[in-house]
Design a protein around this ligand. Structure first.
Ligand code: SAM
Length: 638
């Protein structure tokens, strides 16, 4: 819901937050602002002694942060944002500026200087509006700051150290976070609480109101200063920008900036004045040398192929939607319903249901029976009965939900992933992922169960082919590292009656594994909780790694294979199940893009896997390309 009518003016425009602070993101998301996060690379190294007041320092830092991102985006992201928001929060006490502590000692120094006293928290905010015209980008800058006074209680030594040892002070200006444990240190607050958290939301909204609607700031707004280049009240910032004549050479990035006193900052001091190369827009405008080959009429098959590729996402989303609303389950319970009856069952509109049903028919997921002068009725095809019902042995519903709720949002940031070469959890979900699984995948119960459900369903479908790829009769014990719900382990015990399997996975996963235990099973599958990068691995004759190595960089893969090699005695073996990257079908290459948006890993070629295994003392590498989507390698410890 968009709460603020001013914020609604930004809907559909590319707004960028030049800050990775989760607190700022949360404050802005809570009011319905939609934005991308591009953390600024500006190092906070301005010389504090050059500023007359702490607030000037905070505002200048905010400006530099926002400008760095606004200037970088046309080069690196090939996108020109509408507005970039930069912010910097500092604490000031006794005329000194306190930023983030560098270590515990520094945190102690800061917090003891705040004990029993009142201090000021300033957040400087800069809004950079970008205007593109004739290959030139003009930047228009607005800034302001907000001050909040905070009084700390007298802090005892033990309280101080207890707080420091909690780890909370380390990434916070002044060494405390008022919204969490640090709130216990605070006696009183005068002013905007959110300003202390990291972003003066109220002032920001008033500023936007001024910029877009031309309304006056209230006279009490004494902290709003340095409005640099103000648009005329009748129009948004885009229309009032003072444009300079096109510079030569073309595509020059140009900064327009005015100081609060009306004087102009020399362009050179803010702009690097280099050519940004060709932006996406300018590239499109370049004249093409059209060849005869390109001019001939397209053939039908060519058109079909390209249209299939362009429109493929619609088929995926139709499948996800039909599965999510339970369409296939409804038609199992009550086959041969017409659209109105299905709509009633789904509690959905008839208009929308009709379209979805017909789309599913066109994709081979439903069949329709035409009845003379009556409306058509629908039923499941054998494909949907096998894979799309919620509780059949090969149901892929869990995996479909994962594709829809996790992979789809991540893939919508593929362009940024390609630019940056990194996963997109931050952009898609506002989650940092230093440890991908702990931070990004398992950080709430719903997401965790969804991920486990996805792994479970795909392992049920692909597991037998992996479990039966090699003769394993000489192995008595196996350990499935990252074995998740145990779905693959059960396939191994089914296929090899002498084998017992230990599933080793993170505690968060093992805790929930019983949700997925099969109804009838002997006791040959057990679970051990641990971290395969840090903890001792359970002893086994055979180590299984299914869809695990592709999650990690070569560096982490080497750590893991090294641990396995150390745990193995000669004769032990490792079995790796992954999708081999080859040129035969696009599946593996697209999976590798999937790994780019989701993880720090990638799919690898047969040669790369064999080399990795050999480097860790595993020889006699054998490969089986299964009929399923996973291929299997087995190698013996020599
Ligand atoms: N092997 C399963 C399969 O093929 O369906 C699951 C593969 S899933 C992509 C990766 C698994 O590795 C997850 O179950 C995850 O919890 C587990 N994992 C990730 N980091 C781990 C760690 N540090 N220690 C143990 N398990 C980990």
């Amino acid at each position: 819901m968009v709460l603020n009518p001013v914020i609604s003016k930004l809907v559909g425009k590319l707004v960028v937050l030049a800050s990775a602070s989760p607190r700022r993101m949360e404050i802005l998301r809570n009011v319905g602002l939609r934005f991308e996060v591009v953390p600024s690379r500006f190092k906070e190294t301005l010389d504090k002694s050059q500023f007359k007041t702490p607030q000037q320092y905070a505002v200048e830092t905010a400006k530099q942060k926002a400008l760095e991102v606004a200037k970088r985006m046309p080069f690196q992201h090939l996108k020109i944002p509408h507005m970039v928001i930069g912010a910097d929060t500092i604490v000031s006490v006794d005329g000194k500026i306190l930023e983030k502590p560098v270590d515990k000692k520094d945190a102690y120094r800061m917090l003891s200087s705040l004990s029993g006293k009142e201090h000021s928290v300033y957040t400087g905010v800069a809004l950079v509006f970008c205007h593109e015209k004739e290959n030139e980008v003009d930047y228009q800058l607005f800034d302001f700051y907000e001050e909040t006074k905070v009084k700390f209680a007298d802090l005892s030594e033990s309280m101080l150290w207890e707080y420091i040892d909690s780890g909370e002070p380390m990434d916070k200006a002044g060494g405390y976070g008022i919204q969490a444990l640090g709130g216990m240190l605070v006696e009183s607050v005068h002013g905007d609480f959110l300003n202390v958290v990291g972003f003066p939301l109220n002032h920001f909204c008033r500023q936007l109101d001024l910029l877009y609607n031309g309304s006056k700031l209230s006279s009490s707004d004494s902290h709003s200063t340095l409005i640099l280049s103000q648009p005329s009240p009748d129009h948004g910032p885009g229309s009032s920008c003072k444009r300079s004549p096109p510079a030569s050479p073309a595509h020059k990035v140009k900064i327009n900036s005015e100081q609060g006193d009306g004087s102009r900052t020399p362009v050179n001091s803010l702009s690097n004045k280099t050519s940004p190369g060709k932006s996406a827009e300018t590239r499109r405008a370049m004249p093409l040398n059209v060849t005869e080959q390109e001019e001939r009429e397209p053939k039908r098959e060519e058109l079909q192929r390209i249209i299939q590729l362009m429109e493929g996402f619609k088929a995926s989303k139709a499948l996800f939607t039909a599965s999510n609303v339970g369409l296939f389950d409804v038609l199992r319970r009550r086959p041969e319903l017409d659209a109105a009856e299905v709509a009633q069952e789904l509690k959905a509109s008839v208009r929308g249901t009709e379209r979805l049903l017909e789309a599913c028919v066109s994709l081979g997921l439903l069949k329709s029976k035409e009845r003379p002068s009556q409306t058509p009725v629908y039923k499941n095809t054998s494909l949907s009965k096998r894979f799309l019902l919620s509780d059949t042995p090969f149901s892929l519903r869990g995996y479909i939900q994962h594709c829809d709720k996790t992979v789809w949002p991540l893939f919508s940031h593929l362009e940024e992933a390609v630019q940056e070469g990194s996963n997109q959890h931050q952009r898609a979900f506002g989650k940092t992922s230093e440890d991908l699984f702990q931070d990004a995948v398992y950080n709430n119960q719903e997401a965790k169960l969804r991920f486990m459900g996805a792994m479970h369903s795909i392992a049920r479908v692909t597991g037998k082919a992996v479990a039966t790829a090699f003769d394993l009769s000489r192995f008595k014990t196996a350990c499935d590292l990252g074995g998740c719900t145990g779905a693959l382990a059960y396939e191994f015990t089914k296929a090899h009656p002498e084998l017992t399997v230990t599933v080793f996975d993170l505690p968060a996963v093992v805790d929930l594994s019983e949700h997925f235990h099969p109804r009838h099973t002997d006791n040959r599958v057990s679970f051990v909780a641990g971290d395969f990068f840090k903890d001792d691995l359970p002893k086994a004759d055979l180590y299984i790694l299914a869809r695990v190595l592709h999650d990690w960089s070569d560096e982490k893969v080497n750590i893991l294979l090294n641990k396995i090699a150390e745990a193995c005695t000669p004769g032990c073996a490792v079995l790796v199940a992954e999708t081999i990257l080859d040129r035969e079908s696009p599946y593996a290459a697209l999976q590798s893009l999937n790994m780019l948006v989701q993880t720090e890993g990638r799919e690898r070629t047969k040669r790369q896997y064999a080399d990795l295994l050999r480097q860790h003392g595993f020889g006699a590498v054998r490969t089986v390309q299964t009929s399923n989507f996973l291929d299997a390698f087995m190698a013996r410890k020599v």
